[in-house]
Design a protein around this ligand. Structure first.
Ligand code: ADP
Length: 492
């Protein structure tokens, strides 16, 4: 039972192959009409042969019927001429002839079995009324027919004293004609047709096989080409122009390949950037340490100064690693979101309180304008990163005595956070790149003030994870405004 089920399943599976389907389809399209044609031609031949035979025999019998009247055979069956004619007829058509007289008596049977018997059959009675019939019995293989034996006679008409000439049926001939010869011809024809069908089957089989292979070949080429690319990960675009469909598949695949290449390139660039960024503080530390070691008598003050520099580099390394970890967290799945209801006003206040001392060092005034109380369901840690990164940047890239303004507002769907500053601004051509990882407009200046180039990348990821948007407007030398828009309710 299990074997059979598995067998059936594997058969169904092979039916799913396009090649098998094309093969079966071509086979059916070729064979069904051939078989129908064979059947139709043979059937047509049989019908035609039977009708030719029937009319041939009928013509002969009509002549014979006239002879029967002429020789008065219904009364006297001794006529040797008629008997010879009857004999010849029954031999010629391999059949039996019965001659029935007016009182339904069989006066002559070429088989000599029924002579003298009375025959009461519907066909004979009908024939006496002038309705002759012919009937082909396909099972027994013979044609049965009745022919009236009639003569013209003057009969009294309806009008008194007059006579009219009418056909009067004196007897009936009942004949059974064998169709053996027709069947023999049919057998021969049918054998020949079967042989032809077999030859056609072989030709169609070969054709179906060739066509199925030919039609499926381009698809195999596509699979082969894709396999070659995936095995060797060659970035060469592939090309199978056989069908419009294969061109579409290949186009889609080449697009995917292009995207994978972009991802691979950006991954490689990221790794090399990370290595470079992590190496820079280490190199500085190594230079500082080496120069201390190279000198013999180093005053304690110099040691202190160098050690302070080394500590700064360690802090920097630490910040880069912390930022990288935040970025990796942002890249994780949406399920890592820790969504709670947060008062955005309070959260912003807390963050600004933490950042104000740093701003104060450069005499930068940080103000907060809360248009209305805003409660939103967000991931508090991630949104904190957004606010602190934007405000930190606004302070970092500001001028002495400058200002930073944070405005919080909301409508029924979103809350908006605008962080404006009176800082150095961003050149227009750089604006598209500032969200890229490790991208800094002025690399040396940014490093000097402790930038890692990851802050805005983290900010943007956090905003996108909340299905929000971030926009920037900036005028060089005058200041920058970042605008963040996030749905009040997190929708996953
Ligand atoms: P960084 O750690 O260097 O600040 P970010 O990703 O936070 O990196 O920012 C990328 C770059 O965008 C910065 O190096 C800086 O040149 C520019 N930038 C970001 N915010 C501001 C701003 N408020 N004013 C001027 N330039 C900015």
């Amino acid at each position: 039972m299990f074997y059979r089920w598995d067998d059936f399943k594997s058969k169904i599976k092979s039916l799913r192959s396009l090649k098998t389907r094309i093969f079966i389809l071509v086979l059916l399209v070729g064979l069904i009409p051939s078989y129908c044609m064979q059947y139709g031609i043979l059937q047509n031949y049989e019908d035609r042969a039977i009708s030719v035979r029937t009319s041939e025999v009928q013509a002969q019998l009509k002549i014979l019927a006239n002879h029967l009247i002429t020789y008065n055979y219904l009364q006297d069956t001794s006529s040797p001429v008629i008997n010879a004619e009857l004999e010849q007829l029954s031999n010629l058509y391999g059949g039996r002839v019965l001659i029935i007289s007016g009182n339904l008596k069989v006066v002559k049977d070429t088989y000599g079995i029924s002579e003298g018997k009375t025959i009461i059959s519907e066909e004979v009675v009908k024939c006496f009324r002038g309705e002759s019939m012919s009937n082909y019995d396909a099972d027994l293989g013979y044609i049965e027919m009745t022919i009236p034996i009639s003569e013209k006679a003057a009969l009294p008409s309806a009008e008194a004293g007059t006579e009219e000439v009418k056909e009067v049926v004196r007897g009936v001939m009942l004949i059974g004609v064998s169709c053996d010869t027709i069947h023999k011809t049919m057998d021969i024809l049918s054998n020949k047709a079967n042989i032809l069908l077999l030859i056609m089957l072989l030709i169609i089989l070969g054709f179906a096989l060739l066509l199925a292979n030919f039609m499926v070949n381009p698809l195999n080429k596509v699979t082969l080409a894709i396999n070659e690319v995936s095995e060797g990960f060659s970035d060469k675009a592939i090309n199978v122009p056989d069908y419009a469909e294969t061109v579409h598949i290949i186009d889609a695949f080449n697009k995917l390949l292009g995207r994978m290449k972009v991802l691979d390139d950006s991954r490689q660039e990221f790794v090399s950037n990370v290595s470079h960024e992590l190496k820079t503080p280490i190199t500085s530390m190594k230079v500082l340490a080496d120069s201390l070691l190279a000198q013999g008598d180093v005053p304690v003050e110099l040691y202190r100064e160098f050690m302070e520099d080394i500590a700064k580099e360690i802090d920097r390394e630490n910040k880069i690693i912390t930022d990288l970890l935040s970025l990796v967290k942002m890249d994780k799945k949406v399920t890592d979101m820790n969504i709670t209801e947060v008062s955005m006003n309070e959260l912003t206040e807390v963050i600004l309180k933490r950042l104000r001392p740093i701003a104060r060092k450069r005499d930068i005034e940080v103000t907060f304008e809360s248009i209305r109380p805003v409660k939103a369901t967000v991931d508090e840690v991630k949104i904190s990163l957004v606010i602190s990164n934007l405000v930190e940047n606004a302070v970092k890239y500001n001028k002495e005595n400058g200002w930073v303004k944070v405005v919080l507002d909301a409508d029924h769907q979103f809350f908006t956070l605008a962080v404006s500053d009176s800082g150095i601004g961003i050149p227009q051509e750089e604006i598209d790149h500032i969200y890229e990882r490790f991208y800094r407009v002025d690399k040396s200046h940014s490093r000097e003030i402790g930038g890692t180039g990851l802050g805005l990348a983290i900010t943007r990821s956090a905003v996108l994870m909340h299905r929000g948007s971030i926009r920037v407007e900036s005028t060089l030398g005058e200041g920058t405004t970042f605008m963040v828009k996030i749905p009040l309710t997190y929708k996953g």
